[in-house]
Design a protein around this ligand. Structure first.
Ligand SMILES: Cc1ncc(COP(=O)(O)O)c(C=O)c1O
Length: 428
């Protein structure tokens, strides 16, 4: 039997225990992270990891897929219900994989793409020169206005009309405002471009109607499943209206097929091999959780907490890009406080408060230093914290940041953080 013949790997399990302790004892403010439920982890740690299942439910290249077919179909059905999608692929191993599969399905090498500037809050996979999206395609970018921190849709339109990209990509990693998908679709339609929304960050708020609905207006929508959605690490691709392939996109063999079939092929065999059925089962569990009333309450609280946190920072004289937030995160410019993002990240971690340094729009510092930090509320909301707790967190952060050289003060905050988190255990 497998379990009796193999010695326990104490080296790795001791490290997992350490990471568990880290997560339990600290304040987690990384906007892209969350804490999954025990049943999501149970599904991901299951025997499904043993199964090969290349293909799609009912159309596999391997035998013995009767059970995983049912699991994957449930994941697809729940995801469609959650987003009001009419087609979905739940196999992408990550958000980057989902985007790459879309590019492979819809673009030819050298095609122009127009995305949100990484230095203004965009994502690497939307045309950065260090990513396949910027190496294989010709990227153009739109950004935010320096004064307002907001995207100017007229400028997006002007760039789109000038460059005539084949695809416009909307979505971000560090933009705290909502997106005008109606306007973007109108821009895309003027030049016959495909519109892709990557809603990796705010997906969990979108499913509960707290933000504009991209599926109605964007041809294709991708998202990660592990941020506000609170599932396992992974990606998905969805559509609601546009699977007829109005662009006449072709397969490598030259056939014109439906968009859904092109996208399925973009995932497998285009950019991936066998799907991770254990992760797909965990996605299905998470989508089931997201359909519940508890999750509705959670999503509302995520946003209320973000707004309370933004106000608390502003009350203490911190500058928030665009002066507030519509979603779960905010980007804080620390330069007026005489701090860099690197110093803030490295000092806060001494008090067991985790954030990430982040470029702010028009930053004069390098990506390894940065003038800003990004904070978000999904993880601490999962932990049960409310608006008043956000004010307490900002107080603690301010004490650390204003006393970056004072080890005694930082240590006192760390003690308070650890004691507080012990009162609200994550996994009982
Ligand atoms: C907007 C956006 N797209 C894609 C990704 C990539 O997701 P993954 O890390 O799962 O590849 C991220 C991750 O931060 C993201 O913020």
């Amino acid at each position: 039997m497998v379990s009796t013949t193999i010695a326990r790997d104490t080296q790795i399990f001791d490290l997992i225990a350490k990471e568990h302790h880290r997560q339990e004892s600290g304040i987690e403010l990384i906007a892209s992270e969350n804490f999954t439920s025990p049943q999501v982890m149970e599904a991901q740690g299951s025997v499904l990891t043993n199964k090969y299942a290349e293909g799609l439910p009912g159309k596999r290249y391997y035998g013995g897929c009767e059970v995983v077919d049912q699991i994957e179909q449930i994941a697809i059905d729940r995801l469609k219900e959650l987003f009001g999608a009419t087609w979905a692929n739940v196999q992408p191993h990550s958000g980057a994989q989902a985007n790459t599969a879309v590019f492979l399905a819809c673009l030819q090498p050298g095609d122009k793409i127009l995305g949100f500037n990484l230095a203004h809050g965009g994502h690497l996979t939307h045309g950065s020169p260090v990513n396949i999206s910027g190496k294989y395609f010709q990227p153009f970018f739109y950004g935010v206005e320096q004064e307002s921190g907001l995207i100017d849709w007229d400028k997006v339109e002007a760039t789109a009309l000038k460059e005539r990209p084949k695809m416009i990509i909307c979505g971000a990693s560090a933009y705290s405002r909502d997106w005008d998908y109606i306007r973007l679709r109108a821009i895309a339609d003027q030049i016959g471009a495909l519109l892709l929304a990557d809603i990796s960050h705010p997906a969990g708020l979108i499913v509960k109607g707290l933000l504009n609905d991209p599926l109605e207006h964007c041809h294709i929508v991708t998202t990660t499943t592990h941020k506000t959605l609170r599932g396992p690490r992974g990606g998905v691709i969805m559509m609601r209206n546009d699977f007829e392939n109005p662009f006449g996109l072709k397969t490598p063999k030259g056939d014109i097929r439906s968009m859904s079939s092109l996208l399925d092929s973009g995932v497998f065999p285009g950019t991936q091999g066998g799907p991770l059925e254990h992760v797909i089962a965990a996605k299905a569990v998470a989508f089931g959780e997201a359909l519940s009333d508890d999750y509705t309450e959670y999503a509302h609280q995520v946003r209320k907490n973000a707004q309370a946190m933004a106000k608390a920072f502003v009350d203490k004289g911190y500058k928030i890009i665009s002066n507030g937030t519509d979603n779960h995160l905010m980007l804080i410019d620390l330069s007026s406080k005489g701090l860099t993002g690197k110093l803030a990240e490295n000092t806060l971690i001494k008090a067991d408060i985790t954030v990430n340094k982040n470029m702010v729009p028009f930053d004069t510092k390098s990506p390894m230093v940065t003038s800003g930090m990004r904070v978000g509320t999904p993880a601490m909301t999962t932990r049960g914290l409310k608006e008043a707790d956000m004010e307490r967190i900002v107080d603690l952060m301010d004490t650390v940041l204003m006393n970056a050289e004072n080890e005694a003060k930082i240590d006192a905050v760390k003690q308070e953080v650890n004691n507080w988190m012990a009162e609200v255990p994550l996994y009982k």
